[in-house]
Design a protein around this ligand. Structure first.
Ligand code: NAD
Ligand code: MG
Length: 383
C-alpha cells in the first residue's frame, strides 16, 4: 500500500492520478491533497478520498468537512502537506504548475517521501539541488511525463556509458502547421487546441511555443545524468513514439503507445512494473510514423533552453520565470503569441547574473519571484 500526497489534485494530472487510485483501492491510499479554485470538484474529491490533510488554494475557499482532517491553505499549506508524515512508503505526486512546485518537492524529500514528479518546473529551476537531495535522503524520484517515462523504460537493464543519445519526440503543438509569419495573429483559443493531448492551459501553451520541449531537455539532463549535448529532439506529429534512446552500437530503443497520461502516471506509481490499465490498445496495422527535423529557427524557445543550460547559475530560474510570466500575460490577452518568445529572449540575454555556480534554493525562489513580478508590472498587471 502506497500512501499518496497529491498536490494539484483537481488538475489534469491530479485527476488522472486519482482515476488510478480509484481503480486500485488496495494499492493506494490518499493521505494528503491540495485542491485549486474549482471548488465543486475539490469538494467531490475530498469527500471521496477523505485525506487526512487538505490544502486549499486560498483561506476563503475553505469549507467545513464532514470528517476529521487537518486543513491548511496557500503556499505555506503546500509545504505542510509536503512535510506531513505518518506512514511508511509515502509518495508525493507533484502535479502543480510552475515554480510553485519546487519548494514542496524539496520539503517532501527532506521528509523522506518518494516523488512522482509531473511538475517539470521543479527540475528546470532546481534539478541539481533535487539530485543532491534524493541522494542524501535516499528517496526515489520518478517522472510523470510521457517522454521521460519512455526514456526510463528504454534505459532499463542498460549501461549508462553505452548510451549515445536521448531522442525526445515533440508533437509540434497547436501551431505545427503554421509558418512563423502566420503565428503573428494567433489567438489564445487557437493555442489551447492541442492536436494530440488534453492538458492544463500552461503546458498547452508551452507545447505551442516548444518551451515545453526545452524544459523536457533540461528535465532529461537531470533525471538521467546525460550531457545536454547528447539530448536531441525530433518532431513526431503522431505522438505514438514517446521518446527513444540510441546506444553506441547504433541500435535504438523506443517506447510506443497511445497518447494517454494514465500510462506514464501508472508507470511512476508502480515502477518498475507495468500494472494493468484499461488503456486503449495501439493499432499497429494502420500506424503511420513520421519524423521531421525540429528547427530552432521555427521554435526559438528550444534554443533558449539550451542557452540557459549552458549559462547555468540563475539562468534556468530566469528562463522559467520569464516563461511563466509571458504565458500568463498571453493567456490574459495582454501580449501576442510571439511576444512570449521576445520576453524570454530578452530576460535570458541580460548579462547580469553570475554564470555556472550553484545558487541556493532561496536565491532561485527570490529571482523567480522578482523576474515574474517585474514582467507582470511592466504590462500593468497587478500581482
Ligand atoms: P493543470 O493546470 O491542469 O492543473 C494544475 C493544478 O495545480 C490545478 O488544479 C491548480 O489549481 C493547481 N495549482 C497550480 N498552481 C498552484 C499554486 N501555486 N498553488 C496551489 N495550487 C496550484 O496542469 P496539468 O496539466 O495537470 O500540469 C501539471 C504539471 O504536470 C505541469 O508542470 C505540467 O507541465 C506537467 N505535465 C502535464 C502533463 C499533462 O498531460 N497534463 C503532461 C506532462 C507533464
Ligand atoms: Mg511531455
Amino acid at each position: 500500500m502506497k500512501n499518496l500526497y497529491i498536490l494539484g489534485a483537481c488538475g489534469s494530472i491530479g485527476t488522472q492520478t486519482l482515476d488510478i487510485v480509484r481503480n486500485n483501492p488496495h494499492d493506494f491510499k490518499v493521505i494528503g491533497m491540495s485542491v485549486g479554485s474549482n471548488l465543486e470538484l475539490a469538494k467531490k474529491l475530498i469527500l471521496e478520498f477523505e485525506p487526512e490533510i487538505v490544502c486549499f488554494r486560498k483561506e476563503e475557499h475553505i469549507f467545513p468537512l464532514t470528517y476529521e482532517a487537518k486543513i491548511v491553505y496557500g503556499d505555506a499549506g503546500l509545504i505542510e502537506v509536503a512535510k506531513f508524515s505518518r506512514y511508511k512508503d509515502e509518495w508525493l505526486v507533484n502535479a502543480l504548475v510552475g515554480v510553485a512546485g519546487l519548494e514542496p518537492t524539496v520539503r517532501a524529500i527532506e521528509a523522506k517521501k518518494n516523488i512522482a514528479l509531473a511538475n517539470k518546473e521543479t527540475l528546470v529551476v532546481g534539478g541539481d539541488l533535487i539530485n543532491d537531495l534524493i541522494a542524501k535522503y535516499q528517496v526515489k524520484l520518478l517522472p510523470i511525463d510521457s517522454e521521460h517515462s519512455a526514456i526510463l523504460q528504454c534505459l532499463a537493464g542498460e549501461q549508462h556509458h553505452e548510451v549515445k543519445k536521448l531522442i525526445i519526440t515533440a508533437s509540434g503543438g497547436s501551431f505545427r502547421n503554421l509558418s512563423r509569419e502566420e503565428l503573428a495573429n494567433v489567438t489564445v483559443a487557437d493555442a489551447l487546441r492541442h492536436p494530440n493531448w488534453s492538458m492544463g492551459s500552461k503546458i498547452t501553451i508551452d507545447s505551442a511555443t516548444m518551451m515545453n520541449k526545452g524544459f523536457e531537455v533540461i528535465e532529461a539532463h537531470y533525471l538521467f545524468n546525460v550531457d545536454y549535448a547528447n539530448i536531441t529532439t525530433v518532431l513526431h506529429y503522431e505522438s505514438i513514439v514517446h521518446s527513444l534512446v540510441e546506444y553506441n552500437d547504433g541500435s535504438i530503443k523506443a517506447v510506443l503507445g497511445v497518447s494517454d497520461m494514465h500510462i506514464p502516471i501508472a508507470y511512476a506509481l508502480y515502477y518498475p512494473n507495468h500494472h494493468s490499465l484499461n488503456a486503449e490498445p495501439l493499432n499497429l496495422i494502420d500506424l503511420q510514423l513520421n519524423f521531421k527535423e525540429l528547427s530552432l529557427k521555427r521554435y526559438p524557445c528550444l534554443a533558449y533552453a539550451y542557452q540557459a543550460l549552458t549559462k547555468g547559475g540563475l539562468y534556468l530560474a530566469v528562463l522559467n520565470a520569464a516563461n511563466e510570466a509571458a504565458v500568463y500575460l498571453f493567456l490574459k490577452e495582454k501580449i501576442s503569441f510571439l511576444e512570449i518568445e521576445h520576453i524570454i529572449d530578452r530576460e535570458i540575454n541580460k548579462d547580469i547574473y553570475e554564470r555556472n555556480y550553484v545558487p541556493s534554493l532561496e536565491e532561485r525562489l527570490k529571482i523567480s519571484k522578482e523576474v515574474y513580478d517585474d514582467i507582470l508590472l511592466e504590462y500593468g498587471v497587478r500581482i
